[in-house]
Design a protein around this ligand. Structure first.
Ligand code: PGA
Length: 287
């Protein structure tokens, strides 16, 4: 197990750095007044995808750091996932801010002849605490199977990173009523062995909600997150303590409703995370 938990939530909002720990802190925290079902602290994570040259990425990171320092921090942990070229300069910018850094993918091997790939230990070395694995854009565009995603998540754990394991059904799968079965299969096929508490984050991202402006209803999200929680708890010892994020068209306007659903322990935000004010408003929506 790597690091053990954030400092307790402080209702007086006494400043972000003290409350959000360092860039290597996981999101696990058990305390009064957190998510009613799981007791976990929420995580709001920004997936920048393949967006941003150095000037834009650093402007965005600096804007988040400025908000973090401004004295009205959100009641959640924060992380950003810039493109690989920006990891090191963004790590520098985030230093001491309490905002964690993550990467968007890693290779399953720790090193070797894999032109163009980035290994998990390299991401750790660059300052990352997290790495996304199994995002649907990679499962679809790069044909990544559950077994490959599992190998990547295992490599991430070996390197001391927390994998953010993405799962989610397509529109066709939901329309034929197969979403619970598809998501359970992806989860069980992609989870690394022997995880302890705080060593994994799961992100439920229905493919049809990503970048489309469509979101499932609160009831649909609640049913799916309860299902994932049950399967996680059955599959791994630390299943009750793994945050389950919702992702797919999260915006400032719908964040509060989505983040209020039982077993939604945070959000993985794509497009809206490219705007500092909107991303901050999403984080501020954590109930
Ligand atoms: P979106 O992307 O917020 O732009 O829908 C979410 C994601 O893919 O993580």
């Amino acid at each position: 197990m790597i690091v053990t938990g954030h400092p307790p939530r402080n209702p007086q909002k006494s400043g972000l750095p003290g409350r959000l720990a360092s860039t290597v802190a996981p999101v696990l925290e058990r305390a009064e007044g957190l998510d009613e079902e799981s007791g976990l602290r929420k995580l709001v994570a920004g997936n920048w995808k393949m967006n941003g040259l150095k000037a834009e990425g650093l402007t965005l990171a600096r804007a988040l750091v400025a908000r973090a320092a401004a004295g009205d921090p959100p009641d959640c942990a924060l992380a950003v996932f810039p493109p690989a070229t920006l990891l090191m300069p963004v790590a520098e910018t985030l230093r001491g801010s309490g905002i964690a850094l993550g990467a968007q993918d890693c290779h399953a091997e720790a090193s070797g002849a894999h032109t163009g790939d980035v290994a998990a230990p390299m991401l750790k070395d660059a300052g990352c605490a997290y790495v996304i694995v199994g995002h649907s854009e990679r499962r679809i565009a790069h044909g990544e199977s559950d077994a490959e995603v599992c190998a990547k998540a295992t490599a991430a754990r070996r390197a001391g990173l927390i994998p953010v394991l993405c799962i989610g059904e397509s529109l066709a799968e939901r329309e034929r009523g197969a979403e619970l079965e598809v998501v359970a299969r992806q989860l069980e096929g992609s989870l690394p062995e022997g995880l302890a508490a705080g060593e994994i984050v799961v992100a439920y991202e229905p493919v049809w909600a990503i970048g489309t402006g469509r979101t499932p209803t609160a009831e649909q999200v609640g049913a799916m997150h309860a299902h994932i929680r049950r399967r996680l708890t059955a599959a791994i010892k630390a299943g009750a303590e793994a945050p389950i994020l919702y992702g797919g068209s999260v915006k400032a306007g719908n964040a509060r409703e989505l983040l209020s659903v039982a077993n939604v322990n945070g959000a993985l935000v794509g497009g809206a995370s490219l705007n500092a004010a909107e991303f901050w408003a999403i984080a501020q929506s954590c109930p």
